[in-house]
Design a protein around this ligand. Structure first.
Ligand SMILES: [Zn+2]
Length: 320
């Protein structure tokens, strides 16, 4: 059995974390910090192992008309990633956590703008999309079909993630603040955990839409999220246990975030953000070493690495 691991990185900028944690506006010089600090680290690590990955980009970050010099700096960082042969994919225009609740007109605006910006930067069409907060909707899926996308990779069928999100939002409400996060549609919790063609009316179910859904990895029995953020923080024995369980599967959609390789000190992260994201205190070098070990363990188990776009173009007409 051929086994494939696709590593993808959601490059969410700092304002996203300020929204989730209800921290107000971030300092103005922070917009490009994650992209400019983390992308070269991912790139270096992947180059050493000859791996091609997928980077989900919030298109506003490369919109010079909207963000001026910040966008110019982020375009330079992303150009390096593109030159290494990694895939650039769509993570919406401005990362609205409420995307699944917006009108068709608003969803279309988010997708058209991001698709145009990212395609022209990329020099070729964009093949894939991941929704902010993993919240895919029927309208979003229809718009992806209209734009001829080959895959969506938003479904995250993990009750643990759902619960953690509810707890953070509830805790903020208790102290009179409101998180910018929006609850993911609970129907995703019962979605298939392996690639499938979704139903257009209900993207969490199998159907016959002309696009593939590539769910983010969870374990088979307990549906525990096997995402980079968790793998980097748990003890090595638990990490190996999860990786061994994923090694038996044909497809391992390993998701990370740009912030996973950021460093409180080296990257000058604001103290209010460090308080909410304590993993920023772990030095970037330590986290890069852990990620290198994760990648080596996956390679030793016999999996091959590819981008999500390459993987999906190898899928047949029917998937189970
Ligand atoms: Zn995101």
């Amino acid at each position: 059995m051929r086994r494939t691991c696709c590593i993808s990185i959601d490059v969410d900028p700092i304002p996203c974390y300020y929204r989730i944690h209800s921290l107000g506006q971030p300092p103005p010089d922070m917009r490009s910090r994650i992209m400019c600090a983390a992308l070269p680290r991912f790139s270096r690590l992947f180059a050493e192992r000859n791996i091609k990955a997928t980077f989900f980009i919030v298109a506003e970050d490369i919109d010079v008309k909207a963000l001026g010099n910040d966008a110019i700096a982020m375009r330079a960082a992303l150009r390096e990633v593109r030159a290494e042969g990694h895939e650039i994919a769509n993570h919406s225009y401005s990362h609205p956590y409420e995307l699944a609740r917006l009108s068709r007109f608003e969803v279309r605006d988010q997708l058209d703008r991001s698709h145009d910006l990212l395609s022209s930067f990329n020099g070729k069409a964009i093949d894939g999309f991941r929704a902010p907060g993993y919240d895919i909707s029927a309208i979003t899926l229809e718009e992806l079909l209209r734009l001829d996308y080959k895959y969506d990779s938003s479904v995250f069928p993990a009750p643990g993630y759902y619960l953690a999100k509810a707890l953070v939002m509830g805790a903020l409400r208790l102290i009179g603040r409101k998180s910018g996060a929006v609850m993911t549609n609970a129907r995703a919790l019962t979605a298939p955990i392996t690639p499938y063609r979704p139903s257009v009316q209900a993207p969490w179910r199998k159907g016959n839409a002309g696009i593939f859904e590539l769910p983010v990895a969870v374990t088979r029995r307990t549906r525990t999220p096997v995402i980079g953020t968790n793998l980097l923080l748990v003890p090595p024995w638990l990490r190996s246990h999860w990786l061994r369980s994923m090694a038996k599967r044909e497809f391992f959609n390993l998701e990370l975030h740009g912030i996973d390789l950021c460093d409180a000190e080296d990257d000058g992260m604001p103290s209010e953000l460090i308080a909410r994201q304590p993993d920023l205190r772990i030095p970037a070098a330590t986290k890069m070493e852990s990620l290198a070990q994760i990648i080596d363990e996956i390679a030793e188990s016999g999996s091959e690495f590819s981008t999500l776009s390459e993987y999906v173009s190898g899928l047949g007409v029917s998937v189970d």
